[in-house]
Design a protein around this ligand. Sequence first.
Ligand SMILES: NC(=O)c1ccc[n+]([C@@H]2O[C@H](COP(=O)([O-])OP(=O)(O)OC[C@H]3O[C@@H](n4cnc5c(N)ncnc54)[C@H](OP(=O)(O)O)[C@@H]3O)[C@@H](O)[C@H]2O)c1
Length: 319
Amino acid sequence: MRAVRYAQYGGPEVLSVEQVPIPLPGPTQVRIRVAATSVNAADVHVRSGSMRLLTGRKFPKGTGIDAVGEVEATGADVSSVSVGQRVWAVTGDGRAFGARLGSAAESALFEQAHVTAAPADVTDLGAAATVMPATMAVRTLREAARLLAGERVLVRGATGAVGSAVVQLANALGAHVIALTNAANTDLAQSLGASEVFDYATTRPADIRLVDVIVDTVGTGLMNWRRRLAPGGRMVTLAATPGALASVAAGRVISLAGGPRMSTFIAQPPNHCIAEAARHVEEKFIRPVIDSVYPFEQATAAHRAFESGGLRGRVLLTP
Ligand SMILES: NC(=O)c1ccc[n+]([C@@H]2O[C@H](COP(=O)([O-])OP(=O)(O)OC[C@H]3O[C@@H](n4cnc5c(N)ncnc54)[C@H](OP(=O)(O)O)[C@@H]3O)[C@@H](O)[C@H]2O)c1
């Protein structure tokens, strides 16, 4: 089968399509015939070598951490999905980052704990564009922030892949959504349900009235943005940069004395979050936002597009 792989860390040009053996599922694994996958920040960080302390020096490596497609084979202990079923999946295991084979391949392995039925009535591209963002929106708004109807929520990076799902779900949950985004994407932020839209290049924290929840997908200046939280406020950052993690740790110490709560998490979405995400996509609370679609052979161009920024939603890869 064909798979996108690389034999050294580096820029997008290290990616190429290779022939590899079809993988055999372990006892708790599901093999998915991949219809589409997406480019995530984690793929780019791992490929660049910036996470090499975690991802090691074993090559070649694969790329891709989510997928939509059909179940091709299952391990002996898999009971939650069956062969032929249309599913979607998000890699839940941090060790899988930088694995020998990612989901940008004709077939990919996932642990059954991270595979659920794909949303019905949504194309494969639409499902691939929403599987990670919608799952992260559920994890962030429902589990971490426990967003309530009527609350004010600020979304930093509101028209990126994850941000666009967060804006939509927050709106569907009855919150007042304030989007911080690239000015060129103001129309997109409004169409997703943001009531107020600010240009991130010119907006300072003090320009925004206090909010109950901040969802951050950027990772910078967190302690300054934290000051925009009302009493009882919560900030959740998805950006697992060293700076963001340090801010969250500092924020946790400060909140011991009372005040707003800061938190973060890294992938490993529980199965119920992936399943709830599918319901929200089926109910059209979260619609796919697709920036562009590339065949595996153009994986270099796809990673380049992701890294150059200015995107409106998801960059996808198809076999
Ligand atoms: N913790 C987890 O489990 C998890 C899971 C998935 C993703 N993530 C993280 O979530 C983050 C976002 O991922 P993504 O796939 O949504 O990336 P993305 O599509 O590139 O979105 C990031 C958005 O942030 C915008 N942005 C850049 N600087 C900004 C600023 N100063 N203020 C406000 N917005 C700004 C970008 O706009 P322009 O490009 O137009 O400048 C872009 O729209 C990444 O750090 C990723 O690693 C974490």
